[in-house]
Design a protein. Structure first.
Ligand code: SF4
Ligand code: SF4
Ligand code: SF4
Length: 263
């Protein structure tokens, strides 16, 4: 079995295991059934079509060098045809949609299109809520400390004291990159033991209400993905119970039936 086939099988198993297909029919989320494994890698913003990307990315790592959030990695041996090429694993670190898109501008090969350095061109994918019943907002449960701590654990720029105390110290004297990542943690800290609206409140889209909002469901709330979502994956990284994922290279219209993504 080829690596592509293995990835495809793994993906289908994961999606079925998470109940995505059941959820789709159960609450009126319409799920596109024809996703292809080769389309399922989340690329940095500005990435050209996957076929072109595979030809153009020269594995130089320039984009990841300039990313202030440490969002980009190069695919390891499991990447099959695209081993060594740039991608984003939103479960580890989403993209925070820098206004100047340094990743695109640093790309020397055209794999990330310089002309797309504006949010209106960003089409990384679309977010999907995979297990509504586990949403803390629906269950009226507060955000546990451990959920915030896990983001501290994988944030690379922290001092040993900040990591140990799980509290950032923003002095204004740190490098821009450090400051930006600390701002995320500082914002996230405010959700400790508070009701969860993290996905909606920390979405980095310039007008987040156009990308995601909280709507009433039973006695609680659930997130509603909206048309402007660009699939940056920040909500995937930050969700305390890991029930969001990104479907790369799909958009709102292709993934959800227009105007009805929750029943
Ligand atoms: S937009 Fe910013 S955070 Fe996102 S991948 Fe590019 S450099 Fe990194
Ligand atoms: S809802 Fe916001 S944070 Fe989540 S993927 Fe979409 S644009 Fe990014
Ligand atoms: S981040 Fe969003 S989806 Fe995740 S538990 Fe909180 S409200 Fe629910």
């Amino acid at each position: 079995m080829s690596l592509e086939d293995k990835k495809r099988r793994k993906f289908v198993k994961q999606m079925t295991g998470l109940g995505v297909l059941g959820l789709a029919s159960g609450v009126g989320i319409y799920f596109a059934p024809d996703l292809k494994a080769k389309d399922l890698i989340l690329r940095p913003p500005g990435a050209v079509s996957e076929d072109k990307f595979l030809k153009l990315c020269i594995k130089c790592g320039q984009c990841l060098q300039v990313c202030p959030y440490d969002s980009i990695e190069l695919e390891d041996i499991d990447g099959g045809a695209s081993v060594g090429m740039a991608y984003i694993n939103p479960h580890k670190r989403g993209c925070y949609l820098c206004s100047a898109f340094p990743c695109m501008l640093a790309c020397p090969s055209g794999a990330l299109n310089h002309e797309h350095d504006d949010i209106k061109y960003v089409e990384m994918g679309i977010a999907l809520l995979t297990n509504m019943n586990s949403c803390l907002a629906l269950k009226n449960k507060n955000v546990p400390n451990s959920a915030v701590d896990k983001i501290y654990n994988h944030t690379k720029i922290l001092s040993s004291n900040e990591r140990k105390n799980k509290k950032v110290n923003i002095t204004g004297l740190e490098k821009e990159k450090d400051k930006l990542q600390k701002i995320i943690l500082d914002k996230l800290d405010k959700f400790r033991d508070k009701p969860c609206t993290i996905c909606a409140d920390m979405c980095p889209y310039p007008t987040p209400i156009d990308a995601i909002g909280m709507i009433k469901k039973d006695d609680g709330l659930i997130p509603e993905i909206k048309e402007a979502c660009v699939g940056c994956g920040a909500c995937v990284e930050l969700c305390p119970v890991s029930i969001l994922k990104i479907i790369p290279r799909e958009d709102y219209t292709s993934l959800y039936k227009k105007g009805k993504n929750h029943g």
